[in-house]
Design a protein around this ligand. Structure first.
Ligand code: F6R
Length: 368
């Protein structure tokens, strides 16, 4: 049942190329247009949307943070991302032109369910991104985009997260198509880049031994920091969450630009800092990330850098380098999170923990 793996989680990590491919299947029509069959909102309803609020918990919340970058960039519709457990209590501003997007792998998370009930009472449309057919959240939503990860059994979400990202990109591109904020050939080009991702994830997985060895050398580590920028920032948060929940190690993710505003005080000799390096591009993200890495290293941190193939500028500042396939910055989370999942899974295994059933956690959290 675990396909020869020791844990469901590890099996599910290795299923990710297929899960991503399945979640893309049938979305890109021959005429180049995107189609979302379960999108029960009309084009007119979508054109009327002037604000999006994404609500979710945990790993699904981090998928929402990535979605914000993609949706705002491609559609110019403002996006807020909110923890479901906080949403109702701040008296959010909602009306019929607000689209609330609820992201939930299980479709049963109580905090998320209560949040969408609140949104619907305020006349907002609710779209669910969900992996579980017929579960409560999609049943109580106006529309749904199903992810096709297959059942996720390990308590820690892996393929669920990747397929949520895919659904978020599809939603963003579909909205761009309907609202006309992006041209068809640009949308097609991004779809082709997405369609190349399953093979790219497979290539990351083919080098898992290297990550495992690194993970095993961290048994006994008490604290790990994760840094990222732009879409790599939520990846840093997700890498830290995986380590907390599986290895019970103190881990924190930061936006690299925030370091100097406080967290850099945590850096001491030998502290492992995992850095998600953005692809080199026209913006200054890459250079700024490198300077952040230099700063922590100058203070004794041991830097583990995830950087795209061919990026040699990172070499002098990386104590350990994990190569990522070349993808645009907005899609980079799909490949960058994979080594972080492998790292947490292997380190927890080496520490003797039950990876599939971490202490104090349940697969679906049906209490608020
Ligand atoms: C972390 C994890 C949790 C869930 C969260 C939301 O690995 O699995 O943080 O992501 O409890 O669950 P869903 O997506 O089912 O609403």
């Amino acid at each position: 049942e675990k396909d020869g793996h020791d844990w469901f989680m590890r099996k599910e990590i290795f299923e990710q190329p297929r899960a991503v491919a399945d979640s893309l299947l049938g979305r890109h029509a021959r005429n180049g247009l995107l189609q979302l069959d379960e999108m029960r909102l009309s084009d007119q309803e979508l054109r009327d949307i002037d604000k999006i609020i994404i609500i979710a918990c945990g790993t699904s919340f981090y998928a929402g943070l990535v979605a914000k970058y993609a949706i705002e960039h491609w559609t110019r519709v403002p996006v807020e991302v909110e923890l479901a457990s906080e949403f109702r209590y701040r008296d959010p501003i909602l009306d019929y032109s607000t689209l609330v997007v609820a992201i939930s792998q299980s479709g049963e998370t109580a905090d998320t369910l209560q949040a969408i009930r609140h949104a619907r009472l305020q006349r907002s449309k609710v779209l669910a991104i969900c992996n579980t057919n017929g579960s409560t959240i999609p049943r109580e939503s106006d529309a749904v985009i199903y992810t096709h990860a297959g059942p996720e059994i390990g308590v820690a979400s892996t393929k669920g997260f990747l397929t949520q990202l895919v659904a978020c990109y599809l939603l963003a591109l579909y909205l761009a198509q309907v609202k006309g904020t992006r041209y068809g050939d640009e949308i097609s080009e991004i779809m082709h880049q997405l369609e190349a991702v399953p093979d790219q994830i497979a290539s990351v997985l083919s080098r898992s031994d290297e990550v495992y060895e690194l993970a095993r050398s961290h048994v006994g580590t008490r604290s790990v920091l994760f840094l990222g920028r732009h879409a790599g920032y939520p990846v840093a948060l997700e890498g830290a969450l995986k380590l907390k929940e599986l290895a019970y190690i103190h881990a924190e993710g930061f936006a690299a630009g925030e370091l100097k505003h406080g967290p850099i005080a945590l850096v001491e000799e030998g502290l492992p800092v995992l850095c998600v390096v953005p692809p080199r591009g026209r913006d200054q993200l890459h250079e700024k990330m490198i300077s952040g890495i230099q700063e922590v290293r100058a203070r004794g941190a041991r830097t583990i850098c995830l950087a795209e193939e061919g990026d040699t500028s990172i070499e002098p500042y990386a104590d350990h380098l994990i190569r990522l396939p070349k993808v645009p910055v907005l899609l980079q989370p799909l490949v960058a999170v994979v080594p972080l999942q492998l790292f947490a899974c292997e380190l927890a295994t080496a520490m003797g923990h039950d990876v599939d059933q971490p202490r104090n956690l349940a697969k679906s959290v049906t209490v608020e």
